[in-house]
Design a protein around this ligand. Structure first.
Ligand code: F6P
Length: 537
């Protein structure tokens, strides 16, 4: 089926007509959630996660129509082709093999006829050895003291995934290493980190696939200057994670170690490659990183092989499409009831919005419907005391609630109002999802809750590395399945280029002014000139 004919398809038209039916008062969620067997019909278990979509504005017919659409859009065969090494990133003519990074199978994975698994295994082994050597003290700073701090320099996909996983697994960080992230070019980000570290026991990891990203280049120069000013050398205090042959892989600029990432690993899908491997193995130990990889692998296998009606990320993608295109919700909240998952929303924000914030199909034709969603979130219950007023009585948006059955610190069980903190947390999670769905009438209009606000609940047993891997891969596969329905390419990001080019032009003018104080910002528009003059005053 040509991609541009998506909205002309029989399945799409049926869904469109059905969505109008689902918007009738008799299909309000307050009625749907009370139907007997609702939870059983609209929930699934798979790869260690429980996915409850009983509070989505769906009925059995809508689900069947969505599943039919998934078949006509060949979601599972396309996912299989991605994992096999086909060049599904068509605009950049690249394979997309983040799934190979966490594969422990002995089967080859071919990119243009070459098995990528040996180089993936090589890098994993190099990282394991390096992390072990740092932990044992075999590799140390110049003066022989063990490393105590690791500063990760990198931005976007070379930062957000690692920060999510490190934060989620912070309670397992028993290697005596503190981890810091230097992403923003804002010098206050750099200054805040240097105020907390000791130069001689700090290791800097520069992560950049291209090694040309302006923010990362600027921060790396700051770090090199900082290292040398303290009479130390990047040869002992800096590691790079980058593409083979990039400027960060240049023997003329010697560093302690370079770990390779490959063309077929996209930034926002890269945390299971050396991008996450190097910092996370130092922070948590390699074995935990490998457990995390195994969780991701388990969800990949589920996504690739479970039938559509049992497939968690595929169902989540279909529900997301239903909410975006048929019920016309512009945003999606991600609310984990678990503080260590506080960086899930920033990670999925990039994963989803950079992947699916597109308007044309892989064939360059307009998609004809909105793609992507505005993703945002905060942990509950904090979110309740922040933006849930709008969630309940303002503009509605679907929410993914994420619950963790066993907290890491379950030993603290002082009771307040008869319950532990963890039970209080769960009482809130359950109450919010129900209040949003059911709503409440009141004689006073200001106290009315219209309800009919959809949500899903995802439950995991605990915050083990394996479960974090499963959750990560769940959102990756969901993102990819959504894109496959729309017929867009979720693996390029041309939308970030224009601003970068314009910044380059402004940078040039600033550099001129730095060289020559008499330089005038004449040949630009009034607004730009105003800000430039203000900055240089
Ligand atoms: O923001 C655009 C982007 O290209 C992301 O996709 C990427 O993850 C990030 O910049 C960093 O790129 P690099 O790893 O090449 O420094």
């Amino acid at each position: 089926m040509p991609e541009s004919t998506l909205t002309m398809s029989k399945e799409w038209k049926q869904l469109d007509a059905h969505s109008r039916k689902m918007s009738l008062p008799e299909n309000h969620l307050k009625y749907l959630v009370n139907q007997s067997g609702r939870l059983e019909t609209f929930s699934r278990k798979g790869a260690g996660l429980f996915f409850d979509f009983s509070r989505q504005r769906l009925d059995g017919a809508a689900l069947q129509m969505l599943l039919k659409l998934s078949e006509t859009r060949s979601l599972l065969p396309r996912f299989g082709r991605m994992m096999k090494g086909d060049h599904v990133n068509v605009t950049e003519n690249r394979a997309v093999l983040h799934t190979a990074c966490r594969s422990f199978s002995d089967k080859p994975v071919l990119d243009d006829g070459k098995d990528v698994m040996p180089e993936i295994r090589r890098v994993r082994n190099e990282i394991r050895q390096f992390a072990d050597d740092v932990h044992s003290g075999k590799i140390s700073g110049a003066n022989g003291k063990q490393f105590t701090d690791v500063v990760v320099i990198g931005i976007g996909g070379s930062y957000l995934g690692a920060e999510f996983v490190a934060t989620a697994l912070q309670n397992n960080a028993d290697k005596g290493i503190r981890l810091h992230f230097l992403a923003n070019v804002d010098i206050d980000n750099f200054g805040a980190i240097t105020a907390r570290i000791e130069p001689s026991t700090t290791l800097w990891i520069v992560i950049s696939k291209t090694y040309t990203t302006a923010e990362t280049t600027a921060n790396t120069l700051q770090a090199v200057e900082y290292i040398t000013r303290h009479k130390l050398s990047p040869k002992n205090h800096m590691v790079t994670v980058t593409s083979q042959g990039s400027p960060g892989d240049d023997p003329k600029n010697p560093v302690l170690r370079t770990f390779h990432m490959f063309d077929y690993i996209g930034g926002r899908y890269s945390v299971t490659s050396a991008v996450g491997g190097a910092p996370l193995s130092l922070y948590l130990g390699y074995d935990r990183f490998e457990e995390f990889l195994k969780g991701a692998e388990e969800m990949d296998i589920h996504a690739a092989t479970a039938p559509a009606q049992e497939n968690l990320p595929l169902l989540a993608a279909l529900i997301s499409l239903w909410n975006i295109n048929f019920l016309e919700y512009p945003a999606q909240g991600l609310i984990p009831y678990s503080s260590p998952l506080s960086k899930l929303a920033p990670h999925v924000q990039q994963l989803s919005m950079e992947s699916n914030g597109k308007s044309v199909t892989v064939k360059g034709e307009p998609v004809g419907v909105s793609c992507g969603s505005i993703i945002f979130g905060e942990p509950g219950t904090n979110a309740q005391h922040s933006f849930f007023q709008l969630a309940h009585q303002g503009r509605p948006f679907p929410i993914d609630f994420i619950g963790v059955l066993k907290p890491f610190h379950g030993q603290y069980n002082t009771l307040s109002k008869g319950v532990t903190n963890h039970q209080e947390l769960w009482a809130n999670l359950m109450a919010q999802a129900q209040a949003l769905a059911a709503g409440k009438d009141d004689a006073e209009p200001a106290k009315c809750f219209s309800g009919n606000r959809p949500s899903s609940t995802i439950v995991m047993d605990d915050l083990s590395p394996r479960n974090i891997g499963r959750l990560l891969s769940f959102y990756e596969a969901k993102t990819v399945f959504e894109a496959f329905i729309w017929g867009i390419n979720p693996f390029d990001q041309y939308g970030v280029e224009l601003g970068k080019v314009m910044a380059g032009d402004i940078r040039k003018a600033m550099a001129e002014k730095n060289k020559n104080p008499d330089y005038r910002f004449d040949n630009r528009d009034e607004i730009q000139t105003f800000y430039l003059e203000m900055l240089f005053k």
